[in-house]
Design a protein around this ligand. Structure first.
Ligand code: NDP
Length: 502
């Protein structure tokens, strides 16, 4: 909220000093900036530019298929000989069961039905409407938060199916149509990214600062529009909807389907499958309980909606995060009490750090400090925690997330490295994210961030790998802060004008 302090100037005119803090509550921009001022050209520099984004656009979907064809009950997991790889290759498009068909119209219809069901739940189920962060055009969006109710209804329906005769067999349909479902979700993700890219040229919407380079390959991947919605439905925000509903909840259903498959094969569910089911399931439940917190995440505040997010949310999350459970369905692992206790302990410690760190910051940002933690005040007006978890490292929540990710991989044992892809990928993802966030904070807080880095030198893992300096090159964050300041200064100017006039 800007603090306005009227004072009498030399000539008896009234001037207004406005102190802008992070969480500005301002009216819609009274002197709108032009479209070009609001949406400056981006430099195509993230992810190694157009070549890098082109590579990820091809490789990420490809890996989703590779994970299936190199890890299934026909070839085992993962081939270690040339003939094994040749055999895996021969199964592409020629798999002995519908689980490996590249395309199936029935699976596509089911996938469309699933997506439509999620939309109907969003529309009909009750939920709080929450205002999003202030956008740089001076507006805020409203978001209906009822993902948790969608999950509860879906789980209720699933339990109903499972308790009915033949329900367990029915639930394995997802496991039995894995690749056709991957292809269906990919078709949806590609369609959304292409359509939204094209539509953003016509509807004059606010663009993401990182996705407006003019290079099709780059912008298609990074995402041109910041908050796209379908024509005539401005209240349906495609980005937040995709972020936690059709993909995250499908991941949980796929895991349940894998557990059913294991049950049909073994007559029981192994301890390893239970651990994966419970802890990965809890991650989805927790995410939907805290659904409103996604509004402060980089994906929502900064990234555009393009193939990176459509494919990531709809295909990558459910089908690659589901690898551990799918592996256990055809390759059961019996952990025993000691190994189970170790895995559970690692996951619980990770969950504790993740939750404590996120709660400490969440409470603090909401103006509460129940643990009386130390903090420093910045020139920008915002405070930064310097004790508790945020005094131990600059991203303690990422550390907790890593421990949990490790806890999800360990139940698969040590017969294949493939099921550990998730921890490797997650380390890369969060290190890259930490670099982007540190850079953003450096530009948000200036010298104060350096002081904070002096006090809290550890990047992610407490007391390991200290760094006081961070990357300071000119990136989208510099431009983000510049354009942000243009918007805020414009608003301040107009507020001053209106005070002068009165
Ligand atoms: P964070 O929740 O770590 O938020 C970073 C922001 O917190 C900074 O920009 C700054 O914003 C604020 N901040 C930084 N230091 C302090 C401090 N000392 N005191 C108070 N505020 C501070 O980042 P993310 O949005 O990346 O992550 C959110 C969660 O989502 C994490 O737990 C992460 O692990 C998880 N995640 C999970 C993924 C998955 O696929 N499973 C993918 C990505 C993230 P400001 O000062 O403006 O408030």
């Amino acid at each position: 909220m800007p603090d306005s302090q009227p004072s009498t100037g030399e000539e008896g005119t009234t001037t207004t000093v406005i102190t802008a803090t992070t969480h500005l509550t301002l009216p819609a921009h009274p002197i709108p900036l032009t479209y070009d001022e609001l949406n400056p050209r981006s430099k195509p520099e993230e992810f190694f530019g157009p070549i890098g984004t082109f590579g990820i656009t091809l490789l990420a979907p490809l890996f989703t298929y590779i994970f299936f064809y190199t890890c299934n009950d026909a070839v085992g997991c993962t081939p270690t000989t040339v003939s094994g790889w040749k055999y895996a290759w021969s199964l592409v498009g020629n798999f002995p069961s519908s689980a490996g068909y590249l395309w199936e119209w029935k699976a596509f219809a089911v996938y469309l039905g699933w997506y439509a069901y999620c939309i109907v739940c969003w529309k009909l189920l009750p939920g709080d409407v929450i205002k999003g962060n202030l956008l740089r055009d001076g507006t805020r969006k409203n978001y209906k938060m009822n993902g948790l109710y969608t999950l509860i209804l879906t789980l209720g329906l699933s339990v109903g199916i499972l308790l009915n005769p033949g329900g367990i067999e029915l639930f394995t349909w997802l496991y039995d149509h894995w690749v056709p479902l991957v292809s269906s979700s990919l078709a949806m993700a590609t369609f959304q990214a292409l359509w939204i890219y094209g539509y953003s040229y016509y509807n004059g919407e606010l663009l993401a600062l990182g996705g407006n380079s003019g290079n099709f390959i780059y912008d298609f991947f990074m995402g041109r529009p910041l908050n796209p919605h379908p024509p005539l439905f401005p209240s349906f925000d495609i980005k937040t909807f995709n972020e936690v509903r059709p993909g995250m909840i499908l991941w949980l259903l796929l895991n349940i389907s894998c557990a059913c498959e294991q049950y049909l094969r073994l007559g029981t569910i192994t301890d390893s499958m239970w651990v994966v089911l419970i802890f990965e399931g809890w991650y989805t439940v927790d995410c939907l309980i805290q659904e409103h917190t996604i509004l402060n995440q980089m994906d929502i505040t900064t990234d555009g909606f393009g193939f990176m997010l459509s494919m990531g949310d709809l295909t990558w999350v459910p089908f690659t995060y589901g690898l551990q459970a799918r592996f256990l369905a055809f390759n059961p692992v019996h952990m025993g009490p000691i190994y189970t206790s170790i895995v559970v302990a690692i996951t619980l410690v990770g969950n504790y750090i993740f939750r404590q760190a996120n709660n400490e910051k969440g409470n603090f940002r909401a103006g509460k400090n129940p643990k009386n933690l130390e903090y420093m005040t910045t020139e920008r007006g915002t405070k930064l925690l310097t004790s508790g978890w945020w005094g131990r490292s600059r991203h303690p929540n990422y550390f907790g997330d890593w421990l949990m990710a490790l806890g999800w991989c360990l139940p698969t044992g040590f017969s294949t490295p493939l099921t550990y892809y998730y921890i490797v990928y997650f380390v890369i993802l969060l290190v890259h994210r930490q670099i982007r966030d540190d850079e953003a904070c450096r530009h948000k807080y200036g010298k104060d961030w350096d002081k904070y880095c002096e006090k809290v030198p550890y990047k992610i893992i407490p007391y390991i790998y200290a760094s006081h300096s961070i990357c300071d090159d000119r990136s989208i964050w510099v431009r983000a802060s510049e354009v942000w300041m243009i918007g805020v200064e414009g608003m301040m100017r107009s507020e001053n004008l209106s005070v002068h006039r009165s």
